[in-house]
Ligand binder design. Structure first.
Ligand SMILES: Cc1cc2nc3c(=O)[nH]c(=O)nc-3n(C[C@H](O)[C@H](O)[C@H](O)COP(=O)(O)OP(=O)(O)OC[C@H]3O[C@@H](n4cnc5c(N)ncnc54)[C@H](O)[C@@H]3O)c2cc1C
Length: 497
């Protein structure tokens, strides 16, 4: 997920994926005509040659999504505009998609063919109340933009670990470098403004529409309505001690052991890590130039004490640790890393228990390593990330009311696999490689009873089904989307399985 290697593969030879049942509804132009008359031509763009249209459809992290051509793109500036849009789309029976930052790699999650694309990018109002320390942000812009805004108050919000990711992250849980202290991004939600599939604009909080609030706290974006404003508990943003350690792959076992030990034994909630193992398309050599291990180590404070000693003592090839502000932290290892890594990207996830008693994360690493060696040439880049879930994280979640994942007590560990494939690959080869990669991930069993991470999951992994709250979420989905308007007219997680 967080690979920094240059792999900006322009979709010059884009292949066409099966569009599925959504392709059969083609009332996009009718919806667009109605929207142009109600919202005005400056908020609705139908020309594929318009620079805004080009930029919005280009701006997907999985560049495969850029090959789809919406009938028009709507740029709402208010919740009323979103409400008008949903009502017009429903009346026309059109397909649609809701797009915030465009980082979800799954087809039709935030892209659409022959339908209306609702791009939230112009909704960028933010505010901070120094009396309550509550912050508000609308869904437009990246988390980097949002962090930059709140830094003027020496505050931040719990959000993405890379600056370029969009606010859809929050609706899928949202794992942050601050999560060890404050829980997932959703745990800091205090109130949401939501435009329901009916077009009604409602408030969701612990006291107003609490069921809707619960569902939006990690039960997936694009499911219960469109969130048009987030009110969250802000957090202090001072000096961090952070950086990357880069190791040669010969040190893979030592670093894996250090990741396992950190996951099991770190008790300092201010210390956070991501471990990323990377493989490039280049052939294997005696020097292992096709591989690297990149650790992201972040401490919320100027001095990490001994929190990262297990990693620094392994003598990395490169060490960029030092004091940084939060914007510098989320721009590691280099600014614009999410833009640079745009390409034919697909994620898959896994979950394992406390490494002290569950070696599943090592079995999964071995499966991935063997697959990468056996399939050289089929990918440009592949990586596996190790993302520890600390007990302090799950405790912080519980003390703030819990979330839709109902996270069992840590420690445990999320894994995220990435495959970036060459854009020149034929459809047949692309599909075969994806299936083979899927089978590799499925070859090691996940730890039963732990939720898969929805934000990084592939659509066919059905992460919601791994939540102990799934039945409740299914009921809420029916309540807030009673006639299946979202379920039938836009992509997203399947609640029927
Ligand atoms: C490079 C990279 C780094 C990442 N880092 C992290 C990380 O640190 N932590 C983490 O938790 N995840 C991370 N992710 C995963 C990320 O959270 C998901 O990809 C998320 O879906 C991205 O949100 P977005 O707004 O950019 O994408 P989009 O594709 O625009 O939105 C994602 C989904 O949410 C829906 N949605 C978006 N906004 C709304 C809204 N306001 N109301 C209703 N539905 C909405 C969309 O329709 C879509 O289905 C990362 C992903 C990438 C590619």
């Amino acid at each position: 997920m967080y690979s920094f290697v240059l792999c900006s593969c322009l979709a010059l030879f884009a292949t066409t994926e099966a569009a599925g049942p959504l392709a059969q509804i083609a009332s996009g132009p009718a919806a667009c005509a109605s929207l142009t008359s109600s919202l005005g031509a400056n908020k609705v763009i139908s020309s594929q040659l318009n620079p805004n249209y080009i930029e919005t459809t280009y701006n997907y992290w999985n560049s495969k999504q850029s090959q789809y051509t919406p009938s028009c793109i709507v740029y709402p500036v208010s919740s009323q505009d979103v409400s008008i849009s949903l009502k017009a789309i429903k009346a026309a029976g059109s397909r649609f998609a809701i797009k915030a930052g465009g980082h979800n790699p799954n087809t039709f999650y935030s892209s659409v063919e022959d339908g209306v694309l609702i791009s939230l990018e112009k909704m960028t109002t933010r505010s901070y109340d120094s009396k309550t320390t509550l912050a508000t942000y609308q869904p437009g812009g990246t988390f980097g933009d949002i962090y930059e805004y709140f830094l003027q108050y020496h505050r931040t919000v719990v959000g993405a670990r890379l600056a370029g990711v969009g606010t859809g992250l929050a609706l899928g849980g949202g794992l942050s470098f601050l999560s060890g202290q404050y829980g997932m991004a959703v745990d800091s939600f205090r109130e949401l403004e939501v435009v329901l599939p009916s077009g009604d604009i409602v408030t969701a909080s612990a006291t107003k529409n609490p069921d809707l609030f619960f569902a939006c706290k990690g039960g997936g974006g694009n499911a219960y309505g469109v969130v048009t404003k987030y009110t969250v508990q802000s957090r202090p943003a001072g000096t961090f001690y952070a950086g990357n350690l880069i190791y040669a792959l010969q040190q893979n076992n030592d670093v894996l052991e250090a990741i396992g030990n950190f996951t099991s034994y770190n008790t300092d909630p201010k210390a956070s890590i991501i471990g990323t193992y990377e493989k490039l398309l280049t052939p294997e050599t005696d020097f292992n130039l096709d591989s690297a291990i990149v650790m992201f180590l972040v401490y919320d404070g100027p001095d990490p004490g001994k929190a990262f000693d297990n990693f620094t003592k392994l003598n990395p090839l490169i060490n960029t640790m030092g004091q940084k502000n939060y914007l510098e932290v989320v721009n590691m290892p280099i600014p614009l890393s999410t833009q640079i890594t745009r390409g034919y990207n697909i994620f898959r996830v896994a979950v394992h228990g406390d490494p002290a008693s569950d070696q599943g994360f090592i079995a999964h690493y071995n499966a991935w390593d063997a697959w990468c060696e056996a399939n050289k040439g089929d990918y440009v880049l592949s990586s596996v990330d190790f993302q520890p879930i600390a007990k302090s994280l799950t405790d912080a979640s519980k003390t703030q009311g819990g979330n839709a994942m109902n996270m069992p007590s840590g420690p445990w560990i999320w894994l995220n696999f990435l495959i970036n494939t060459p854009p020149t690959q034929s459809n047949g080869t692309y599909n075969a490689v994806q299936e083979s990669f899927r089978d590799m991930v499925n070859s090691v069993q996940n730890k039963a009873g732990l939720p898969l991470f929805l934000n990084d999951a592939n659509y066919d992994q059905n992460p919601l089904k791994t939540f102990s709250t799934y039945r409740k979420l299914q009921t809420l989905k029916k309540r807030y989307d009673p006639d299946g308007f979202f379920a039938k007219h836009t992509g997203g997680w399947n609640f029927n399985a």
